[in-house]
Write a protein that binds this ligand. Structure first.
Ligand code: MN
Length: 280
């Protein structure tokens, strides 16, 4: 089966914000990859690190889909590239990475989700809004251990301290999730310059109000600026216009469930999301 298993429309927007002179965020919104990287390290080093990582992923643009081995390989190359940055041009710099790639699993369309650090991936699917990624941050660890209330995390002074990254002396692996895509899914990928200014309810409201993905991305960035714009803000919005299902994927008929067993098989496979690494 050729062609992408998910037909998408997307939009993106980024802004340095109102307090920072440099935008150290980088992003890509080019099928099959939709990612945000939030660089860290002074004197422009973070900008170089996040751009280097996104540049590695840009090599995947134009493919119909990406599999988990390919994604692993690009993460590894991106890490080597950041760690090899020469002194004065990003040495010691690091970056977060979050977002989705379009994956083809036995002919069906899936979101292959990746996360390292505290940029975020959210999804609206079948009416439900949820944060897919789990922050790799000190405050998330405190929340997980019951030492900090979830509603206090956003205001905690340690909120910018992340526990995993590409580069920055960290040798940490991303979390990966493989989520079955549904027609009508909307994915949001953002840097903490959005999630730090707008709470989840506000983000959800904008995503549900703005039909066009570019309009949604533009408006989210504008609202983050209105709420203070204390950090660089980057937003990628991806809509699944259509998703290839197994019935359409050209599989031999004999591999499809028979009508008599279809209900039973559906129940066995629900929920269809599958973790393929890290914690959730
Ligand atoms: Mn940031």
């Amino acid at each position: 089966m050729t062609g992408s298993p998910i037909t998408v429309a997307s939009g993106s927007a980024t802004d340095a914000g109102l307090r920072r002179a440099v935008n150290e965020d980088s992003h890509i919104a080019a099928p099959p990859v939709f990612l945000v990287a939030d660089g860290m390290g002074g004197h422009g080093a973070g900008e170089i690190a996040s751009a280097a990582v996104i540049d590695e992923f840009a090599r995947l643009a134009g493919r119909p889909s990406v599999d988990s081995e390919q994604l692993h390989a690009v993460v590894a190359r991106a890490r080597q590239r950041v760690e090899a940055l020469p002194p004065g041009a990003g040495a010691g710099a690091g970056t977060t990475l979050s977002g989705v790639a379009i994956a083809d699993v036995d002919g069906e369309g899936y979101w292959l989700t990746v996360n390292l650090g505290d940029s975020r991936t959210y999804r609206i699917s079948e009416g439900e809004f949820e944060q897919v990624s789990v922050d790799h941050s000190v405050v998330q660890e405190l929340v997980d251990r019951g030492e900090l209330a979830a509603q206090d995390a956003a205001g905690d002074r340690r909120r910018n301290v992340i526990t995993r990254a590409i580069g920055a002396g960290a040798d940490s692996e991303p979390d990966y999730w493989l989520l079955p895509a549904e027609p009508g899914d909307r994915i949001l990928v953002c840097s903490d310059g959005l999630s730090g200014e707008l709470d989840a309810d506000r983000i959800e409201a904008v995503l549900r109000t703005e039909h066009d993905p570019q309009e949604a991305a533009t408006r989210l960035v504008r609202e983050a600026l209105l709420y203070g714009g204390r950090d660089n803000i980057t937003v990628v919005v991806v809509d699944a216009l259509s998703v290839r299902s197994r019935a359409e994927s050209g599989w031999p008929h004999s591999t499809l469930p028979t009508a008599a067993h279809a209900d039973e098989i559906d129940e066995d496979t629900a929920p269809r999301s599958e973790r393929i690494g890290g914690r959730r």
